[in-house]
Design a protein around this ligand. Structure first.
Ligand code: BGC
Length: 379
């Protein structure tokens, strides 16, 4: 009797907090739960955002990761269209950056070194494409592997904060970073990052979800159609570091200015594709002010479409070439070669070492800002 009374009280408290959240957002619900514990015992929360059309995004404080994204196909059937894991334990050992917020510097830095204001900084060389060591995605314990602090926002979102210490992973400056995920009634998932520093530093914070719009993570993404609003791309050396050349895509298999089936040209006899083992390059977006369309991805069978808009100068299209079937993800699925792709809006890779590229330097008093909007539909 006493127990059932307690249970009813708990239920009422649960409902009250749910209603509070839903009235905060007016239209939708934000739910907050414990997802698990860090190895050191700290609790990790997971937030669920839903909208009136049934879209559902789950975001965890660990790595500021998008855990799942459910969207409807053309017949209204919902499916999760991201690679990842079912439980926190999976994410703790994630080596593919599934769903992660990557930083401080997303993408590669040549030889794990850069010089800023006459001082040289040395980073961990945690990647070796073509046998050539470099720094990748923020180092051994980047933003994807730390615990952020999350709270619901007033607009059907979650705001995550992380303070990165001066010298963390070799980068200068104490950096305060905020990442916000918002799910709108217009079926957009907005990922927004901002940061300030107390010492000059370099920065390229990147969202790194792996998408398979079919909703079936065993199917290759080769039949997806992709448009990139990018007339140029950055050719790389064998270590996947940009050579510094900004090359036109016209008349090459890198041309996605009009929508193309990914698998059509991925095996073409073209140097960049050979070096990347497929598509794994940075495309330079058409110049423009503010947030503008960068990419459109469509799975013709399910009809799902994802449009990405950003305020950044570039986008990395990574075709899942390193997925090798050895990682067991959600529901135990072994993620095979090219069963998902990443579209990562960003600054230019290796820009700390390339003075002709847009500068990645953030100085005290300045605020870094990055907006990335995923808009989902079906046709
Ligand atoms: C890079 C790939 C890399 C992958 C790791 C992507 O952003 O372009 O080369 O293997 O991240 O998850």
């Amino acid at each position: 009797m006493k127990n059932s009374h307690l249970m009813i009280s708990a239920l009422v408290i649960g409902l009250a907090s749910c209603q509070k959240n839903s009235s905060m957002s007016n239209i939708s619900t934000e739910k907050q739960e414990v997802y698990g514990k860090m190895p050191d015992g700290r609790e990790v929360k997971i937030f669920t955002l839903t909208n009136k059309n049934g879209l559902k995004a789950r975001v965890t404080e660990y790595g500021a990761i998008l855990v799942s994204m459910e969207t409807p196909d053309k017949s209204g059937k919902l499916a999760d269209i991201t690679h990842g894991y079912d439980t926190l334990d999976g994410w703790l050992t994630n080596t593919s950056y599934f769903g992660s917020t990557v930083g401080r510097f997303g993408n590669r830095i040549k030889d794990g070194k850069f010089t800023l204001d006459d001082k040289t900084y040395t980073l961990a060389k945690n990647d070796k494409p073509g046998g050539i060591p470099c720094a990748l995605h923020g180092g051994l314990k980047g933003f994807d592997k730390v615990l952020w602090s999350g709270k619901p926002t007033a607009t059907n979102g979650v705001e995550l904060t992380y303070v990165s210490k001066d010298g963390e992973e070799g980068y200068p400056g104490k950096l305060t970073v905020k990442v916000t995920y918002t799910l709108t009634e217009a079926n957009e998932l907005k990922w927004e990052a901002s940061a300030t520093t107390d010492t000059p530093t370099v920065l390229n914070i990147v969202h790194h979800s792996y998408w398979n719009l079919s909703g079936d993570p065993t199917k290759p993404i080769n039949d997806h159609e992709l448009m990139l609003a990018a007339p140029n791309f950055l050719p790389t050396d064998a270590g996947l570091i940009p050579t510094g050349v900004i090359a036109p895509v016209a008349d090459t298999p890198m041309d996605f200015t009009k929508s193309k089936v990914i698998g059509e040209r991925v095996g073409a006899d073209f140097e960049a594709l050979k070096l990347g083992g497929g598509y794994d390059h940075c495309w330079v977006l058409e110049k423009g002010d503010g947030v503008r369309l960068a990419a459109r991805l469509k799975d013709p069978k399910s009809g799902r479409v994802m449009e990405i808009s950003t305020d950044q100068p570039a986008i990395q299209f990574y075709g899942g070439n390193f997925l090798d079937g050895k990682t067991a993800g959600k529901k135990g699925v072994q993620y095979a070669h090219r069963t998902a792709l990443c579209l990562e809006t960003e600054g230019f890779p290796d820009s700390p070492n390339q003075p002709t590229f847009p500068s990645p330097v953030l100085r005290p008093g300045q605020t870094y800002k990055h907006v990335m909007i995923h808009k989902f539909s079906a046709e």
